[in-house]
Design a protein around this ligand. Structure first.
Ligand code: NDP
Length: 494
């Protein structure tokens, strides 16, 4: 078994940007220290990009697109490169997983077993579907041929968060690259190294120079410059609602580029009295705490019928106690550290607000959790709040930490009202043995994804995304490829 502590000591981290197929110095001169949140130590330094770095990367991507070195390949040839890339991701999975774990604090076991598996699977899936989506030629008449073709849009900017840093990146890169676009990727400040390593493997797999460029930098500088750039055709974004709306504004202020926002969530888990209560309670609690709660689809609101709330709460508390945070390099850690001290303060601030608003803490605390070896680490214990009522700040705002709010209701109708009572609409789950209730509730809940008697089921062939304030982009599946293509109609008179 890998000794992750030894591997961490010898980990190599890239220090430059990846543009036009090679490592280049940043044009910006701000040096950023990437901090490992497991213990607060400096993991490494990296030069941050600025507007000039963005101009250089976009010009490179544009040149690569225009000379058709990638877009002009046959789909099967593009697919072969992606499949080779997926193999290289698998071969380098341990290194990538360790890099993620050190950057953002998730348990290395999860990074390897869940995230890297998903990343390789995603890239392979798009590699496999590359040549399996024929264009159309409707019957137009004996004297004319009509063609409906999907054309790559051009230059795509992908701006991604740190919580599933490579999964989110793969969800953007797989469909945009397989469609023939060129890409400029801006990773989150906290997770530049894993993104650079992933892109380097794409080059090794045969992706032509300039087709994928990585510009680490601050969101309000590099992200904004991409959003405002007149030569970027599409922005694909996962992150907070505020920044998602900023990208829509940037588009309106520049060239009207397409923006695909995947934003936050405040997902409800509705537990009706006839459900398998232990499974419902444990899965909801797990879904709220998993990945330190830093998950857009986290089941952060447990909406439970009054008749069964006591029993449900007991099971949820047992789940919380089994998920105490530990050093993410510890092979058995169920949870790691939050991404940063600043984020820890935000999460604990939400808990303190909840208490001030009248909620009661039955598991967890308003203070950080102490993991013995690392007093400088950013750890928060799974926290359960009862007495939460609709409209409270904790019930409305996305926490993005391991905090579960329990809201008691008296009927199915009230549960639906509560579930729909936030600005978000990413996901929801329904727990019941009554097929009719499952159908009624899942139809009535306004969410992009509804899980019935399960949580976080997913497959590359099935889209992921939300409605309302959670945005309208869809990641994964063949539908995602359409986001990065234009339909072209060609009439040929015979
Ligand atoms: P942010 O919106 O703060 O950041 C996301 C990305 O946008 C980062 O790369 C960030 O750069 C960049 N950015 C920040 N400010 C700007 C700006 N003014 N202009 C352009 N780009 C900017 O989100 P978080 O990193 O805090 O990620 C958590 C959020 O992501 C949560 O709301 C979560 O729900 C959501 N999310 C949604 C998912 C979905 O599929 N729906 C999946 C996962 C997360 P920098 O790092 O430099 O700040």
């Amino acid at each position: 078994m890998t000794n992750w502590f030894e591997s961490a000591d010898s980990l190599v981290l890239p220090a430059k940007h990846l543009v036009d197929g090679g490592w280049v110095d940043a044009l910006g001169d701000e040096i950023f220290s990437v901090v490992a949140p497991r213990d607060g130590s400096v993991l490494g330094q990296i030069a941050l990009g600025n507007e000039r770095d963005v101009d250089r990367a976009v010009a490179t991507a544009r040149a690569a697109f225009e000379d058709r070195r990638w877009s002009g390949l046959r789909p099967a040839q593009r697919g072969a490169v992606l499949r080779r890339w997926a193999e290289l991701i698998q071969e380098n999975a341990a290194d990538l997983a360790l890099t993620i774990s050190l950057e953002m604090g998730k348990p290395v076991r999860e990074a390897l077993g869940v995230e890297l598996r998903a990343v390789a699977n995603c890239i392979r899936w798009y590699g496999e579907i590359a040549d399996k989506r024929p264009d159309e030629s409707p019957a137009a008449g004996d004297d004319v041929v009509a063609l409906i073709t999907r054309e790559p849009a051009g230059v795509v900017a992908a701006v991604v968060p740190w919580n599933f840093p490579l999964t989110m990146t793969a969800w953007k890169l797989g469909p945009s690259l397989v469609a023939g676009n060129s890409v400029v990727l801006k990773p989150a400040e906290q997770t530049p190294y894993s993104a650079l390593k992933l892109a380097e493997l794409a080059l090794q797999a045969g992706l032509p120079d300039g087709v994928l460029n990585v510009v680490p930098g601050r969101g309000h500088i590099v992200g904004k410059a991409l959003g405002l750039h007149h030569d970027v055709d599409i922005v694909t974004f996962t992150g907070s609602p505020e920044v998602g709306r900023a990208f829509l504004r940037y588009s309106g202020e520049s060239n009207g580029k397409r923006v695909w926002p995947e934003l936050g969530g405040k997902s409800a888990s509705i537990i009706l009295p006839d459900a398998d209560l232990e499974k419902a309670a444990r899965m909801t609690a797990w879904g709220s705490f998993y990945n330190q709660g830093e998950m857009c689809s986290a089941s952060s609101r447990m909406v439970v019928h009054r008749d069964v709330v006591d029993e449900v709460l007991e099971h949820a508390r047992a789940q919380a106690r089994e998920m105490a945070p530990a050093d993410p390099l510890d092979q058995d850690a169920p949870l790691g550290s939050l991404v940063s001290e600043a984020h820890l303060e935000r999460v604990l601030g939400h808990v303190r607000n909840a208490v001030a608003d009248g909620a009661e803490i039955v598991e967890g605390s308003t203070e950080r959790a102490v993991v013995d070896a690392h007093p400088g680490g950013s750890y928060v214990a799974p926290t359960i709040l009862t007495g939460v009522t609709p409209g409270m700040r904790i019930e409305q705002q996305e926490v993005f930490g391991p905090v579960l709010s329990v809201i008691t209701v008296d009927s199915e109708e009230e549960a639906i009202r509560v579930a729909n009572g936030t600005e978000y609409g990413l996901a929801a789950s329904v727990w019941t043995r009554d097929l009719g209730a499952a159908h009624r509730v899942s139809r009535a809940v306004k969410a992009g994804i509804v899980w019935v008697n399960c949580f976080e089921e997913g497959d590359m062939s099935v889209p992921f995304g939300g409605v309302k304030g959670s945005g309208f982009g869809r990641d994964k599946s063949a539908h995602a490829i359409d986001k990065f293509t234009d339909l072209k109609t060609t009439w040929i008179e015979l």
